[in-house]
Design a protein around this ligand. Structure first.
Ligand SMILES: O=P(O)(O)OC[C@H]1O[C@H](OP(=O)(O)OP(=O)(O)O)[C@H](O)[C@@H]1O
Ligand SMILES: O=c1[nH]c(=O)c2nc[nH]c2[nH]1
Ligand SMILES: [Mg+2]
Length: 169
């Protein structure tokens, strides 16, 4: 057994970096909604990864209507068919008009495909995007290659690493 990942590259995101990138996304979305002065009606976070960026975006854009949609598709790094296991309030989101749907990243785009069926008129935004999933998002901040695995701060902890020489005594 090996501890090595099935992906060649890792893109490690700190809390600070996530905060900056989510703020950059909020900046891009500000004033782009269909409401008066470009306001958005609500934010829907795709749990769980979308919750941290959605909170930052809701704060920056002063949106108080926040709901969630829960789509489960990965077990560690293995993907299965996405399933909606919790829907947002239908009275709040309607067909998605004026709603910002936020996720941390789009990879294959399968999760967003399912979400778009629920809210076809929503504006879908992710902080990070891989090429295969890009057609599913309306806005994103940083693109990484398809063979990169993005590591988020909530999945990581600081730990000792050996020097490059391998000598740590
Ligand atoms: O574009 P896709 O290939 O569908 O993958 C992207 C989705 O996968 C991850 O969520 P995951 O299902 O692992 O759940 P989590 O957010 O609870 O970690 C990530 O947060 C996205 O929601
Ligand atoms: O933490 C994650 N990093 C990724 O790159 C990814 N792709 C799908 N799901 C993911 N989760
Ligand atoms: Mg997710």
């Amino acid at each position: 057994m090996t501890d090595r990942l099935p992906h060649e590259k890792g893109f490690h995101v700190s809390w600070d970096q996530l905060h900056r990138d989510a703020r950059a996304l909020a900046w891009r979305l500000q004033g782009q909604g269909p409401g008066e002065d470009g306001a958005w009606k609500a934010v829907v976070a795709i749990t769980r990864g979308g919750m941290a960026p959605a909170m930052i975006i809701a704060r920056e854009l002063d949106i108080r209507m926040v709901d969630t949609i829960s789509v489960k598709s990965y077990h560690h790094q293995t993907q299965s068919e996405p399933q909606v296991i919790k829907s947002p309030n239908a009275d709040l989101v309607g067909d998605g008009e004026g709603v910002l749907v936020i996720d941390d990243l789009v990879d294959t785009g399968k999760t967003l495909e399912v979400v778009r069926k629920h809210m076809p008129k929503a504006h879908v935004a992710t902080v990070y995007a891989k090429p295969m999933g890009k057609p599913q998002v309306n806005s994103y901040i940083t693109e990484v290659s398809q063979d990169t695995w993005i590591f988020f701060p909530w999945d990581m902890a600081l730990q000792y690493v050996k020097p490059y020489t391998g000598k740590d005594d």
